[in-house]
Design a protein around this ligand. Sequence first.
Ligand SMILES: Cc1cc2nc3c(=O)[nH]c(=O)nc-3n(C[C@H](O)[C@H](O)[C@H](O)COP(=O)(O)OP(=O)(O)OC[C@H]3O[C@@H](n4cnc5c(N)ncnc54)[C@H](O)[C@@H]3O)c2cc1C
Length: 401
Amino acid sequence: MNTSTAQLQVLVIGSGFAGATLAVRLNGRGRSRVAVTVVNPRLTFVNRLRMHQVATGQVVPAQSLQRLLGPGIRLIQGSVTDLDPSTGWATVDTAQGPERLHFDRVVFASGSRTQTPELPGAHLLYGVGDVDQAHRLRAALRRLPEGRRVSVIGSGFTGLETVTEIAEQRPDLQLSLISGTAAGAWFSAPAAHRVDSALSELRIAEHRARVVGIDPGQLALANGQHLDSDLSIWCGGFSAYPLAAHSGLAVDDRGAVLTDPTLRSISHERVLAVGDAGHTVRPDGERYSMSCQFAFPSAAYAADLLRAEALDLDVTGYRDFSLGFLARCLSLGRRRAVLQRTNGADQASGWALTGRTAVAAKRLQVSALLANISTERRFPGTMRWPAAPMGLDRSGHPVRD
Ligand SMILES: Cc1cc2nc3c(=O)[nH]c(=O)nc-3n(C[C@H](O)[C@H](O)[C@H](O)COP(=O)(O)OP(=O)(O)OC[C@H]3O[C@@H](n4cnc5c(N)ncnc54)[C@H](O)[C@@H]3O)c2cc1C
């Protein structure tokens, strides 16, 4: 971009929370100097926070992506299957066949999905990490007769939300939660207590063990024992899609694009990454977690950086991305929840709410996320986030220079 009238061609891969936010903010603030193209496999918005509800057969309303993005943004239904970050060409697989697109800048906003573990029999596992995995699980749960055993492996947020959701929707099944660490280990004491009581109220058996293999109808545990399981769901973590690695970009061990503190790929200047697709290091040296708390501000930041480029503003020395975390909200089915205060480094710290207020807060969080994008479209530039202006130490406490 070196002429004053040319449009900066920006290709956005994926239109989840991060991709949609970036597109509307950039389109709204870039005036006529930016052309934004968004590629996404579906024409409806997928709210990944509700995938465990989809998997348990609940009706989750779908919103039109084109309406969410508004006019002025080109939306292509398809998947980017091939990308040359050096020459600026991408191939999009569409229902009408492959389409070639040129870009000046490309933003990876392609999110993540359940990471398949490297264990014998891993192909037998189910997941809730993306919409395809959620639909596959939904079909399997529908087929499962009363009284069968279901195991959820992993007691992080996704594991807890998934196992409690299934317990509420299918009380006829026998449920187990299997994890190497205690279910509420991440939380402060009152919240951990609420997690434990929810598991026992919902008759979910907790097993402290590591799964080392999957056989039809059985799980092999590291302690040598076997656990009967008719359907096993892996909630052991997310990984990015393989496109970035296949395109020759520098990626981490989960396939996420390694970025500098301005969210630009460390290997290719034309490439930025936001949300789950990007691996950006926090001031304390840890990675910003795959979360909505990171997806929104990273997208808004990248939009502003690209706008500055499009308007030929000086981007040398552009301030680094910085985000301080506030709280995390966990659903335990539809009637129970925990709202846990965190420190700036995303560790549980201080108060936690566990009653009706927490349930209401979780409902609000899930619905307000889409409203965030609509607000940003109508009033581009309004999204703000708490920064970690002085940097954080490993305990999340501010460090003065
Ligand atoms: C069950 C569940 C519960 C969760 N709960 C919480 C929570 O309570 N709080 C929280 O902060 N986070 C939660 N998360 C994580 C949160 O959903 C993600 O961090 C967030 O969705 C990341 O946003 P994103 O825009 O980066 O990616 P996504 O929302 O995953 O969007 C990426 C989009 O890119 C598309 N895409 C992928 N590859 C391509 C391609 N090659 N070409 C074109 N398009 C492509 C995808 O189809 C998708 O539409 C949860 C996740 C799950 C699965």
